[in-house]
Design a protein around this ligand. Structure first.
Ligand code: CTP
Length: 492
């Protein structure tokens, strides 16, 4: 059983300009193209013939080499951007005071600290005396690189410990928060470092409750929760329903670290995309040959998911149309999974509306397969001859269809161009796609610098300018793309 990748297909042949073709292991011959979208606006149908893709394999370069090259490229093109002028993660420059209280769920705070650090944030760990019975302060100190504050009366700290911490922290996260700490927060008490810090905080305070379901349901706890809601000062993340430490099941389990992390990012992100509806596609499309084989490509979906994640954190209403990938749905994102290009097309038009009025922007990060088997076999194809021939028909170009159908200035359209060529060749391909597909922005990158990686090096190509960017995390690049989308929306 084998998955034949589109890469292998394209490597074997250059495509003729005659529309759909037949692929054999040794060559292409012409075949008719088929249209599959039943409710497509007339102007949408396009059969643009594309030049062949050259696909010499490129080796992955070392990270240091890529950074140096990106710096050089940037200086050459724009002269102003260097490695210090772009954010390294969604929490870059942000400081989170992570207050751990005494619950078995304290171990989840360690994972949360790791996530915040990975996102570029600084963590100031604070622990109550009882929290130190569950998690060793050394663990938190090791992960955060900061000493753990446990004592209001630490004589080695100049000034008041809780005030010093409050001045440094952009956000205070109490994770996990016990029933006792919720009660003390509701009363405004300041009888330990955690509650004193929460009372003194300059920015948002988040708490992730964790307790036995009977404690959560207790009228006293519910009264405290209602009091905190009325004060608008402490936001709760969770609890969620599930199994708690005792083995009982109910509402009281602490939210997972990823959910608390997402709430932190959202609370600290600018909400500059609020009110905008953004549709994002991500991942590959898989085109079935038979029930067990398919044509696919190497896209992992990470870039599209990063865009959806950051757009949602910045306040946009986000619809994500995802090809088959194994990534979790970003917080606050509406997601529909699809398999092939034809089903992606259908879901995309549903999300955008046939008159495109349901979206302010489309970011087409999916690696849509250019071709699909003309007639997938209903049963597994048996190994018979030395050579087999698979008829391929051209898939619709989803982005070009939307570009052709757009009558007004909205939605803003963003395409991706993943090429095996860099430099001016890459920009030239991107410019061609910009015009041919009638889009506003093309994010151009080399396959070796993007597929499957956590980081990416891209050039943003618009009609008005070309902006090469240094290597950065996909989340940072997502922010750059969204900044550009926002600019384009403002000029439209
Ligand atoms: N795209 C699309 N539908 C397709 C193929 C591509 O919507 N059938 C979109 C991709 O999501 C991407 C952009 O078009 O945003 C460019 O995709 P890419 O594969 O780089 O270019 P192609 O148009 O397929 O051209 P080529 O493969 O010849 O480079």
């Amino acid at each position: 059983m084998s998955a034949i990748t589109a890469r292998r297909v394209t490597r074997s042949r250059r495509l003729s300009a005659s529309g759909a073709r037949r692929l054999t292991r040794t060559g292409f011959v012409s075949a008719g193209e088929r249209s599959v979208l039943t409710r497509t606006p007339r102007s949408v149908i396009s059969s643009d013939a594309k030049p062949g893709r050259t696909s010499s394999s490129t080796s992955r370069r070392g990270h240091g080499h890529a950074c140096m090259r990106s710096l050089r490229t940037c200086c050459r093109f724009v002269g102003t951007m260097d490695e210090s002028t772009y954010p390294h993660g969604p929490l870059s420059g942000k400081t989170v005071a992570l207050c751990v209280t005494g619950s078995i769920a304290a171990y989840k705070a360690v994972e949360l600290a790791r996530l915040v650090v990975k996102a570029g944030g600084k963590v100031l760990p604070v622990m109550t005396a009882s929290a130190t019975r569950f998690v060793g302060p050394l663990t938190l100190a090791g992960i955060t690189g900061e000493s753990v504050a446990t004592d209001m009366w630490d004589p080695t700290v100049a000034g008041e410990v809780h005030v010093r911490l409050a001045e440094r922290a952009d956000l205070v996260a109490i994770v996990p928060a016990t029933a006792d700490v919720l009660a003390r927060l509701a009363q405004g008490r300041a009888d330990d470092l955690v509650t004193a810090l929460a009372l003194c905080a300059r920015g948002p305070v988040l708490a992730a409750p964790a307790m036995h379901p009977r404690m959560w349901e207790h009228p006293a706890t519910q009264r405290n929760v209602a009091e905190l809601a009325a004060q608008h000062r402490v936001s709760l993340v969770g609890p969620v329903a599930g199994e708690v430490a005792s083995g009982d099941v109910g509402l009281g389990r602490m939210a997972e670290p990823e959910a608390v992390y997402a709430a932190i990012v959202t609370a600290l992100s600018k909400r500059d995309l609020a009110g905008l509806r953004i549709v994002v596609t991500a991942g590959p499309t898989l085109e079935d040959i038979d029930p067990v084989r398919f044509l696919g490509n190497r896209s992992t979906g990470k870039m599209g998911f990063a865009i959806a994640e950051r757009a949602a954190a910045r306040g946009a209403d986000v619809t994500l149309v995802a090809g088959p990938v194994t990534l979790p749905t970003p917080h606050g994102v509406r997601r529909t999974d699809v398999r092939g290009a034809v089903s992606m097309r259908q879901v995309l038009w549903q999300a955008m509306g046939l008159d495109l009025s349901r979206a302010d922007a489309l970011v087409m990060a999916a690696a849509v397969a250019d071709h699909r088997p003309a007639e997938p076999s209903a049963s597994k194809i048996k190994k018979s001859d030395e050579r087999i021939t698979i008829d391929l028909v051209k898939n619709p170009d989803l982005l070009a269809e939307v570009g052709a159908a757009r009558a007004g200035k909205r939605p803003v359209l963003v395409g991706f161009a993943v090429e095996t060529e860099g430099g001016e060749g890459l920009v030239a391909y991107a410019k061609r796609k910009l015009t041919q597909k009638k889009v506003d922005l093309v994010v151009a990158n080399e396959a070796s610098e993007s597929f499957g990686r956590e980081d990416n090096r891209a050039t943003l190509v618009a009609a008005s300018d070309v902006r090469p960017l240094p290597t950065m995390t996909k989340l940072s690049l997502a922010d750059m793309v969204l900044d550009r989308v926002r600019e384009l929306l403002q000029t439209k």
